[in-house]
Write a protein that binds this ligand. Structure first.
Ligand code: MN
Length: 453
């Protein structure tokens, strides 16, 4: 039996000294955010005593590729291959009758700010945000499920503001509901297994159920339980679930909110949400993802975007081996594409296809697959050794940008690609890019026996 909760991973972290317990009282207003930010890439942080709250809070859980991999039971180097396998072989969820997440059911006095230790993150944000809420909804037209994460701001009592970009599937479902004169039922699962979190971030088509991908990542069907008040199913092993409706006719001005580039942005109005039921484990742990420019926030997106782009590009251009979305590019904006012996001009095709597939991307470096795209020094070496600026550079001004891009003007941005791959023939013996090495047989023998020297 696969542990589908967060708890097995917390135990695993603790056993390896990678879970830091904070016993002193910590204020959810700015103090938790400050600690998580100062320990952005360090051990996971378990706040056992959140001032004014009964529930503990855990943060900085998935702030490294090695952490995400470990939570999925694979080696760090196998994370991308594991994601490819999950995308290739999704596993549909199964419905279970009883669930830990429904040990406690509350339908009255739903003061979310009192029930949950939701941090107020940054100075200019107007209120606390739920940042690790996995939102489940169904397409009013097709009945197909959608699973995604969006920021949810506490608006007092049982009300929330949902901040959703217009192109996100949840916004499309809300619009479909609105055109039918209805609101959209949602359920928000907080405190999830890495497979559910990462699965929810995969860039799959509308109508593809992200829980199927989560099942692939988990290696077993995700156990779902029917909600108490809405026609939706949620992960049975989650810590907390909020059930309610998203009302697309209810808009709330948001004001400044943090975004992954690290800046405040003002996206205009968000959508109103009314929560009608809260279910939880009796000893629930509240999970938070530090928003803004933070390792976990950037990485969950980076791993998911890289995995889906690798799949999508390879379908069209088999020479593509891997798409790696870099952390320096905030896990969203920059990518390295590794290709195996690309034909002349094929690197440019791959870059253009990536731009066309993921709106967010604006700087792509294409390298040969003898380069590890995770090694930024090797990627730069490729630029020095294989890139001819006058013909390997693509500069595309005025391309539609994502609203998150920090330098977009009127929602367009300049997209740049650098193709730093070997020209066909360049690497051949006596060519100008032949690597200097000892004779092959000697190198092979020494490599084999290296430990004996
Ligand atoms: Mn979707």
């Amino acid at each position: 039996m696969v542990d589908q909760s967060l708890r097995g991973f917390l135990d695993d972290l603790e056993a390896r000294g990678d879970l830091h317990r904070i016993t002193r009282s910590v204020d959810p207003r700015f103090e938790i955010g400050a600690i998580l930010a100062l320990r952005d890439r360090g051990p996971a942080q378990l706040f056992q005593n959140v001032a004014g709250h009964a529930l503990p809070l855990v943060g900085n859980l998935f702030n490294g590729r090695d952490r995400i991999a470990r939570a999925l039971g694979v080696q760090a180097g196998d994370l991308d291959a594991h994601c490819q396998e999950a995308l290739r072989r999704p596993v549909p969820p199964r419905i279970v009758a009883t669930a830990p997440v429904q040990e406690v059911v509350r339908r009255q006095d739903l003061d979310l700010g009192r029930l949950l230790p939701v941090p107020h993150w940054f100075e200019r944000e107007a209120a606390p945000y739920i940042t690790a809420g996995v939102i489940v909804a169904k397409d009013p037209e097709t009945g197909r499920r959608n699973v995604s994460i969006a920021r949810l701001r506490l608006e007092g009592g049982a009300r929330l503001l949902a901040g959703i970009a217009r192109n996100h599937h949840l916004a499309i479902l809300a619009e479909k509901a609105r055109s039918r004169g209805r609101s959209l039922e949602i359920a928000v699962a907080i405190g999830n297994h890495a497979a559910v979190l990462l699965g929810s971030q995969m860039y799959v088509a509308l109508g593809e159920d992200e829980f199927d991908i989560a099942g692939g990542l988990l290696g077993a069907p995700v156990d779902l339980v029917a909600c108490k008040t809405v026609d939706l199913e949620v992960p049975a092993a989650a810590e907390i679930v909020l059930e309610g409706v998203l009302d697309p006719d209810q808009t709330i001005p948001e004001g400044p909110v943090s975004e992954f580039p690290g800046f405040y942005v003002d996206y205009g109005p968000g959508i109103g949400v009314e929560i009608r039921c809260v279910t939880q484990r009796h000893d629930a742990i509240y999970q938070a993802i530090l928003p803004g420019l933070a390792a976990e926030h950037c990485l969950l997106g980076a791993v998911a975007i890289g995995a889906t782009l690798t799949r999508d590009l390879r379908r069209v251009i088999p020479a593509v081996r891997r798409v790696f979305v870099t952390e320096g590019g905030m896990g969203r904006l920059h990518a390295v594409i590794a290709m195996h012996r690309p034909r002349l001009g094929e690197g440019k095709c791959a870059a253009l296809l990536a731009f066309g597939t993921v709106n967010l991307l604006k700087l792509i470096t294409v390298v040969d697959d003898d380069i590890d795209p995770e090694d930024s020094r090797a990627v730069e070496w490729s630029l020095a050794a294989r890139f001819r600026g006058h013909e390997d550079l693509i500069v595309l001004p005025g391309v539609k940008a994502d609203r998150c891009d920090p330098v977009h003007e009127n929602l367009v941005v300049t997209k740049v690609a650098m193709v730093a791959t070997t020209r066909p023939g360049d690497g051949e013996p006596h060519g100008r890019s032949e690597f200097a090495r000892p004779p092959r047989d000697i190198l092979d023998r020494v490599t084999r026996d290296l430990a004996s020297y």
